[in-house]
Design a protein around this ligand. Sequence first.
Ligand code: MN
Ligand code: MN
Length: 258
Amino acid sequence: MKGITIQGIQFDEKSSYQKGPKLAPPLIREALYSESSNLFAENGVSIKNEGIEDKGDFEIIEYFDIEKITSQHLGAADKIVTLGGDHSITFPIIKAFSNHYPKLDILQIDAHPDLYDILDGDKHSHACPFARIMENSLATRLVQVGIRTLTTHQAEQAEKYHVEIHHMKDFDPSIPFQFENPLYISLDMDGFDPAYAPGVSHHEPGGLTSRQVITLIQNIDAQVVGADIVEYNPQRDFQNMTAFLAAKMMKEILAKMM
Ligand code: MN
Ligand code: MN
């Protein structure tokens, strides 16, 4: 059995509205290791474990270096948790994953579907990664939860790529998600209600509670092989509360993978 690698990707060049997510990875770790809490997930498993290796943070200049770094780490480990960075990083990460996992399902938790074909003249904007992933057939299934900003264009994109959207307005937290293929979880912090996660660039009220997302992840019926936690913007946070929520989610996702 190989292990789990943690990598920080410091990159926010593809953010359309505000910069800041580049600063997130070290602050999420700081919250994780804060003396205010411990390293146990809710299932009683500690993430202080020989099977988990933290490779530290990588400052990205060239967008597709994200794919190279992830590929290197996937050679040594078989599972990766990435601390972002804006949501654009998910496309190169999934490109690397697709070489190791030819069949990969994705669960995206987000206020936004991120399915724009292009935004502000950029095909790799943080509003586009799931259009790139689906047009390159890098995911067998894409399931989205928390969506509350669907435009007509993105609704058409969702139909074209057979994206399964669970709209926020219809969300039923009691239904467990099931996946047949190895699963990648992409957690955009703005999927949470801004009351729980104020440290994001795009405040979209009416979102998921911390408890709903934790329970959703704990109840997933699948083999989780990868995850990212993206769009935490420390420049908008209050009292590091979004950093602590990201750290909590990191623990729960790692525990789910172990
Ligand atoms: Mn997103
Ligand atoms: Mn979003």
